[in-house]
Design a protein around this ligand. Structure first.
Ligand SMILES: Nc1ncnc2c1ncn2[C@@H]1O[C@H](COP(=O)(O)OP(=O)(O)O)[C@@H](O)[C@H]1O
Ligand SMILES: [Mg+2]
Length: 166
């Protein structure tokens, strides 16, 4: 699966720090943006999404959509939060039924790598979470530099980035 060039990376040592990284991203998201979250169970994808929601001004608390597959929230933009864990990998029909990636909304998709091909045309930002021990998480951000580079910079996510081609 082609995620595009790595644009930034960040280290988090606490759940709150992961939420803050999500909040920074959420503050620069725009209608039509798709964010794919990639990483194993407990990697921090839902924590990061709680932060995105905060950055979008969603007042409601974000819950894991594992069983309902998609939950909708309203902030300064509508937020669709999906979790594809229970879908068959590559089930393009089911993904189509979910109507993700609507142009007026922000869409955040946990286990987004299961269907990255479906979303490729929407130029998603891919955030990959690697756990190193109980608390340390390494987040890497990849995608179209043209679409995402400036906004990651505005969000402060390029600061301290290593190997990001800066
Ligand atoms: N640095 C960290 N960032 C995010 N979560 C962390 C971190 N350190 C420990 N955790 C724990 O890891 C779990 C992450 O859960 P969650 O966000 O639901 O993951 P996922 O959605 O990827 O399955 C939580 O239990 C959280 O307390
Ligand atoms: Mg989750």
């Amino acid at each position: 699966m082609e995620l595009g060039p790595m644009l930034a990376e960040a280290l988090s040592e606490t759940e709150e720090s992961t939420e803050e990284l999500g909040e920074a991203l959420g503050s620069v998201l725009a209608a039509g943006d798709v964010v794919l979250l990639i990483g194993g169970l407990g990697a921090g994808k839902t924590a990061f999404t709680r932060g995105i929601a905060r950055g979008l001004g969603v007042a409601e608390r974000v819950a894991s959509p594992t069983f309902v597959i998609v939950r909708q929230y309203q902030g300064r933009l509508p937020l669709a939060h999906a979790d594809l864990y229970r879908l068959e990998e590559g089930d393009a029909f089911a993904i189509d039924m979910l109507e993700l990636g609507e142009p007026g909304s922000v869409t955040v998709i946990e286990w987004g790598d299961r269907s990255a091909g479906v979303f490729a045309a929407l130029e998603p930002l891919a955030v990959t979470f690697e756990a190193d021990g109980a608390h340390r998480r390494r987040l890497t951000f990849a995608g179209s530099a043209q679409r995402w580079g400036g906004r990651l910079a505005s969000a402060g996510l390029l600061e301290g980035a290593h190997g990001a081609g800066a």
